[in-house]
Design a protein around this ligand. Structure first.
Ligand code: DAH
Length: 343
């Protein structure tokens, strides 16, 4: 009997040493200490078969075994916990030899970049940058620009209305009026920003796009100033070799008005099959003209004393042209593959 108990004690100690995991812990507990089938519990059940004179001694020894088992179990549990903690700590130490995670570097959006380049050119010519609200009044967007109600130009610029009299500006031209009211001549400003039109998106239209407005007002400003300025600007943007052509046109807010074309920056007018200029050799790039006297008046400027010229261009179109994009909607798809190509 004594041997059996000594042997059990040895096994308890040995197996406790072998405990390495939570699963081992459970196995140990089950094997020795489980109430129904644990080896120690079974010993208690043998009590009645032990001769009475040995019973007290036997009871004492199996009680000691039970306590030992419980103590070993507890120690093993502590040991495992400690090991786990140490391992966790080690794993949380950064490994400086691991390769880094490459960071995606953003790029300036092609429209923003084009806009900035244009702004730079005019800043060098002494212009200031103005801004106006995108939510604009009908008055500034139309009336003050000599576009009365029922004027067909209002239909050409299908408008998003916020409520009666308030709309999303359809062009940057209202900033002309705001700048004249705020400044005294000489005025030399450009006004970049978003404009909105109720257009169905297609390869050359999006309901929101970017324009840059220009306005110069002073004594004695004439058409030669307009021509010289726009030629200088377009050559700076598209290259010295660029040719510039003025075509008579009509805008309600300028008189006379001109549309301005540049020689095709892709084929230079040499490719009759050119997809960019359609073989014509020319690309329409902006609208311009001498500021209409009524527009000067709406801006609080005396048209007898002062004159001016204005122009407006589409930034998206220019960005498209330079990147040779087949579809302006690429600008607004936020596809990193597209933006990365134009870095
Ligand atoms: N506001 C015109 C448009 O959106 C563009 C324009 C044409 C602006 C002639 C001007 C200008 O300042 O003189 O179509």
């Amino acid at each position: 009997m004594g041997n059996e108990l000594d042997e059990l004690k040895e096994r308890l100690i040995k197996e406790a040493e072998g405990i390495k995991s939570q699963a081992d812990l459970l196995k140990f507990k089950e094997k020795f200490l489980s109430r129904k089938k644990g080896e120690i519990s079974l010993l208690f059940k043998r009590m009645p078969t032990i001769p009475p004179e040995e019973r007290a001694e036997f009871g004492k020894r199996i009680n000691q075994l039970k306590q030992l088992g419980e103590k070993l179990l507890k120690e093993a549990e502590e040991r495992i916990k400690g090991e786990r903690k140490r391992k966790g700590l080690i794993e949380s130490i950064p490994d400086p030899t691991l390769p880094g995670i490459p960071r995606k570097i953003g790029a300036i959006h092609p429209i923003a970049r084009t806009s900035h380049e244009i702004e730079e050119i005019f800043l060098r010519m002494g212009y200031d940058i103005e801004e106006g609200p995108e939510v604009e009044s009908e008055f500034y967007n139309f009336e003050a620009l000599n576009i009365p109600e029922y004027h067909p130009a209002r239909e050409e610029q299908d408008t998003f209305f916020i409520r009666k009299g308030i709309l999303l500006r359809t062009h940057t031209s209202p900033v002309q009026i705001r700048s004249m009211k705020k400044r005294r001549p000489p005025i030399r400003i450009i006004a970049p920003g978003r404009v909105y039109r109720r257009d169905e998106p297609d390869p050359t239209h999006t309901p929101m796009f970017y324009q840059i407005e220009g306005l110069v007002v002073d004594r004695g400003i004439n058409f030669a100033h307009l021509k010289g300025t726009l030629e200088t600007f377009l050559k700076a943007l598209f290259g010295e070799e660029t040719r510039v052509r003025f075509r008579p046109s009509y805008f309600p807010f300028t008189e006379p008005s001109a549309e301005v074309d540049i020689s095709c920056p892709i084929c230079g007018g040499k490719d009759p099959e050119c997809r960019v200029c359609g073989g014509t050799g020319w690309i329409e790039i902006l609208g311009s003209g001498m500021v209409h006297p009524r527009v000067l008046e709406a801006g609080g400027i005396d048209p007898v004393e002062y004159s001016g010229f204005a122009f407006g261009l589409g930034v998206d179109r220019i960005s498209m042209l330079r990147a040779q994009l087949p579809d302006t909607r690429y600008h607004y798809e936020n596809r990193i593959e597209f933006l990365e190509q134009l870095k």
